[in-house]
Each structure stands twice: as structure tokens, then as C-alpha cells.
Design a protein around this ligand. Structure first.
Ligand code: PLP
Length: 398
């Protein structure tokens, strides 16, 4: 079977691949502890589920406008003003089947063959692949442990060329949990001001999962709203990964283009999810806040346990629910079976097969010295997994 050349241009998400491998081992009866997936283990809050049930009974069963119901887009505008001080009109909002589709819409709507897209590493797996799918050229901007995994303004300045179309980043960041402070964002804004044609994608899907100060959007800085596209959604902050709803807020022209693309690909996301989203965005935020409190306790637990493993360096994440430890001291060591650990892919596979813990190699996020561990799971599972990881790492030699 000859598939299209498009299929060779991009890769399957590594995060989903690891989850698939973990499930395969589980099906064989092996007790796998999964620290690979990026989703809250909580149930969706009751008031949101009730809104969905009511929507079914009220017969919200028809096609909706491609960009989402108007009252949902109004609710999103209300949220963006309430939480971020951003004033948008409903025709600047497009609701999609997850934030992932918003990102795909944005890239396909703005990036042409040969356009450069700057992506700081480590980055969320999908960014680079969508750019490649669109025919754009990915330009990685490497950050490191010492910079707290954040881009410095001089680095950004040096990376921008006349071909730069888009800059894509997340804060809070998946996979590092790093959050850009007001001053750090301000320094990047000063660089962007010198390059007015660069569009900025600000992925704020982990907005609510913030252990420090208040979330800040780069769109809220003076004169930035006209060129920033904010990506957000319900998956992480409301424990609604399976419901599939994300939204994009940005300049009208871009929103219109995304609406046009989506009209051919999928049309709108589910009508029932859209009704539930209004309840999520405008309703009681206490259940979300209580999830964040639990994530904070788990973060503290996993940080305590990782500190007990010699040879690992790890920042305490300020947001999201991942730690991204530097494990380079375990590379080039041998497993008890005599296999060489060449890279973090090998290390991640070793941890899966020997410790029965599923993690994601940093290579998937453009960082070859780290692995990603999700702490969106119970204390008990975190304790079991970390004990097994410690034992497996101690068994490496050489
Ligand atoms: N952006 C980031 C940084 C993510 O980590 C994820 C999901 O893992 C998404 C976007 C996509 O979220 P959604 O479930 O809304 O498609």
C-alpha cells in the first residue's frame, strides 16, 4: 500500500506510543505503573457532568456553528476577561476538538512551505510535528537546566529571521513545569516588538495548574493581543481530557481562517461537550482548585522521592503535573542483562521492561538528557513507581 508522502513528514506522539506499550504489557498481566500520560486522574466535577446530562435531555443534538455556540464563545470571552484581563469578541474565538486541534488549525492557517517556526526546547511533542505536516521549517531554540528551561531574550533575538512566521511555547510548560514570570515575559515582549510580523502562539492549557503566583498571559502585555494567539481548553484544569474541547483566541483574520479549515476537517466539537463547557468556565472553580491542591501535594511527594536517588538533578515544577529530571548520569551504563543504555529512549524502555514503570524519554520533547514523569496519579502509585525506579537505576553499572 502506497501511502501519501505527508505520512513520512511527521511522527506519532511519543507520549501516546509509551502509553500503548504500557497497555500491551498490562494486557499480558504485568503490573505497570503509568507515569507517562498527561491527564488528571480525577473525575470531571459533578456540576459539569450535570450540565452535559441536561444538554442531552434538552436535545442539544444538532450540528452547531463550526466555531462553537455563540453563548459558549461569550462564556470564553467572559473567562478571558475575568482571569486574564483580555477583552475578546466572539468572532475572535474558535472552539475545537481539543487544544490539539486549535494548534493544528493555527499552524495550518498561518505557516507556508519554507516558513520558519521557532520552538523552544523542551517542547510539547505535537508542536514540531504539526509544523512539519504543514511544510514549515522547525527551528529549535535550546534552553537548559541552568536557565530553568526558559528562553533568554538574546537567544530569541538571534533566532528570529525574516522567514520567522510563528513562535510556539507553553507556560506553564509541558514537559518541564516551568512558568515564565512577568519580567521574563516582558523581556521576550521587548524582542517581539522589534519583529512585528512574528505571530506568537501562547499555549495556556495548564493555566489553572499553577503552584505559585497568578497566571499571566503574554497576550495581556501592551500591543501584544493583535499578534498573540492564546490556546486553552478544558482537558487539564477541569479533568475533561476525553470530552475534547479546546479554544483559541486571537486576531479575527486568524480565527476566521481556523473556522474555515475546521469547517472542512471536523466541523464543530460535540454539542453536549460545548454545553458542559459553559458550566465549566462560568461555574464553581472550587473542584478545580482542590485538584490543584492535590497535585501540589503529589509534586512535593515526588520531589522528595526523586531527591533520594543519587545522580538525578531536577527542578521543582511551578506548574503542570510533570517533573523533568536530568538523568544523564545513567546514560552509557549497562543493565544487569549487559545492555548498554545509549540514550533516554533506552532508559525509558529499561524502566518500562524492568521496573514496570512507564515514563517518556526527553528525546520526545527535544531534550536528550531528561525523562518526563507525570505525577497526575495517586500517592500510592507515585511511591511504588519511585521505589521501583530507584531500584532499577541502582542496578545499572559501568
Ligand atoms: N498543549 C499542551 C502543552 C498539552 O500538554 C496538551 C495535552 O497534553 C495539549 C495542548 C492538548 O490538549 P487537548 O486535550 O485539549 O487536546
Amino acid at each position: 500500500m502506497q501511502l501519501s508522502s505527508l505520512m513520512d513528514r511527521f511522527n506519532e506522539p511519543e507520549t501516546l506510543k509509551m502509553a500503548k506499550l504500557g497497555r500491551k504489557l498490562k494486557a499480558k498481566g504485568i503490573d505497570i505503573t503509568d507515569l507517562s500520560l498527561g491527564e488528571p486522574d480525577f473525575d470531571t466535577p459533578q456540576h459539569i457532568k450535570d450540565a452535559a446530562k441536561k444538554a442531552i435531555d434538552d436535545n442539544y443534538s444538532h450540528y452547531t456553528p463550526v466555531a462553537g455556540y455563540t453563548d459558549l464563545r461569550e462564556a470564553i470571552c467572559t473567562k478571558l476577561f475575568r482571569d486574564n484581563g483580555l477583552r475578546y469578541a466572539t468572532d475572535e474565538i474558535v472552539v475545537s476538538t481539543g487544544a490539539k486541534q486549535c494548534i493544528a488549525n493555527l499552524v495550518l492557517a498561518t505557516v507556508d512551505q519554507g516558513d520558519e517556526v521557532i520552538i523552544p526546547t523542551p517542547y510539547w511533542v505535537t508542536y514540531s510535528e504539526i509544523v512539519r505536516l504543514a511544510g514549515g521549517t522547525v527551528k529549535f531554540l535550546n534552553t537548559d537546566f541552568d536557565s530553568g528551561w526558559k528562553v533568554k531574550p538574546e537567544q530569541l533575538e538571534a533566532a528570529i529571521t525574516p522567514k520567522t512566521k510563528l513562535f510556539m511555547f507553553s507556560s506553564p510548560c509541558n514537559p518541564t513545569g516551568a512558568i515564565y514570570s512577568h519580567d521574563e515575559l516582558s523581556a521576550l515582549v521587548a524582542v517581539f516588538k522589534k519583529h512585528p510580523d512574528v505571530i506568537i502562539m501562547s499555549d495556556e492549557i495548564y493555566e489553572h495548574i499553577n503552584y505559585g503566583g497568578k497566571h499571566e498571559s503574554i497576550a495581556a502585555f501592551p500591543d501584544m493581543k493583535e499578534r498573540v494567539v492564546v490556546i486553552n481548553g478544558l482537558s487539564k484544569g477541569f479533568a475533561m481530557t476525553g470530552w475534547r474541547l479546546g479554544y483559541l483566541a486571537g486576531p479575527k483574520e486568524i480565527a476566521k481562517a481556523c473556522d474555515k479549515l475546521q469547517g472542512q476537517f471536523t466541523s464543530a466539537t460535540s454539542s453536549i461537550t460545548q454545553r458542559a463547557a459553559i458550566a465549566a468556565l462560568l461555574g464553581d472553580l472550587k473542584p478545580s482548585l482542590s485538584m490543584v491542591e492535590t497535585f501540589r501535594q503529589r509534586r512535593d511527594l515526588i520531589m522528595r522521592l526523586i531527591a533520594e536517588i543519587p545522580g538525578i538533578k531536577c527542578h521543582t515544577p511551578d506548574g503542570a503535573f510533570y517533573i523533568f529530571p536530568n538523568v544523564e548520569s545513567f546514560l552509557n551504563k549497562k543493565t544487569p542483562a549487559g545492555k548498554l543504555i545509549n540514550n533516554t529512549n533506552d532508559l525509558s524502555m529499561y524502566l518500562l521492561n524492568e521496573a514496570h514503570v512507564s515514563t517518556v524519554s526527553g528525546l520526545a520533547f527535544g531534550q536528550p538528557k531528561c525523562i518526563r514523569l507525570s505525577f497526575a496519579t495517586s500517592n500510592e502509585k507515585i511511591e511504588t513507581a519511585m521505589k521501583k525506579i530507584k531500584k532499577a537505576l541502582e542496578a545499572l553499572s559501568g
